[in-house]
Design a protein around this ligand. Structure first.
Ligand SMILES: Cc1cc2nc3c(=O)[nH]c(=O)nc-3n(C[C@H](O)[C@H](O)[C@H](O)COP(=O)(O)O)c2cc1C
Length: 201
């Protein structure tokens, strides 16, 4: 099963990177499999350092922002206990992990992770259609390089209804942020090829 989470890693230069990732997980959460693209910063960091932290969160604004690039300023973090890494202070729960097998022969790599320490910080909000709509919209926002933009527009129109009907300020801000990105991509695409790029999920 896929768990849509947020992974923090640290670059060789010591910079913290925050990115949504959907690892394949089992019920025990003792191990999981990450499938980052080779061009992602998350992959580069894990190849260099083999350690990170996977978070379960309901903060879809953070997820949307992290999907589209570096976040500045960084959200509050505290140091992980068992790995060289950082924990998002507002996550619901988290898993400090080490990579013990890495296969980067394909563009979408396969990294097997063993959990070294798990922690709980706060309750998960619960099911909410607007939060799920933002997760879907964020995934689509990372696919603008290869999905037709009018198809994304059609999906966004459906997702917007859920956000407006069932979301709070955080979900609305996250969705507006993603719509702004889509508008930027459209402008860049109509100005000429390859001015704007984002990495695919
Ligand atoms: C919910 C969600 C799940 C994602 N899962 C993955 C994934 O499993 N692998 C991947 O390479 N990108 C995934 N992405 C896309 C990355 O988050 C996105 O390309 C991001 O820019 C990568 O950041 P990085 O280059 O800092 O690692 C996902 C995005 C979202 C919104």
């Amino acid at each position: 099963m896929i768990l849509e989470g947020i992974v923090t890693t640290v670059s060789e230069q010591g910079e913290v990177n925050i990115a949504p990732m959907g690892p394949q997980v089992g019920p025990g959460m003792e191990r999981f499999v990450l499938r980052p693209f080779r061009m992602s910063q998350t992959f580069r960091n894990l190849k260099a350092r083999s350690e990170g932290v996977l978070h379960v969160t309901d903060d879809v604004l953070l997820l949307a922002r992290a999907a589209l690039g570096a976040i500045a300023p960084l959200p509050s973090l505290f140091p992980a206990k068992t790995v060289h890494g950082w924990v998002l202070q507002d996550a619901c729960r988290y898993y400090e992990f080490q990579i013990d097998s890495l296969d980067d022969r394909e563009e979408r790599c396969r990294l097997e992770a063993v959990v070294r320490h798990a922690g709980r910080i706060r309750d998960f909000f619960g099911f909410n259609r607007a939060k799920h709509a933002v997760v879907e919209a964020a995934i689509l926002a990372t696919r603008t390089d290869f999905l037709p933009l009018d198809q994304i527009d059609t999906e966004y129109a459906k997702l917007r209804v859920l956000v407006e009907k069932t979301g709070g300020p955080q979900e609305k801000e996250a969705f507006d942020f993603l719509c702004g990105h889509l508008a930027d991509v459209k402008r860049a695409q109509s100005a000429g090829p390859s001015l704007f790029s984002s990495s695919p999920v």
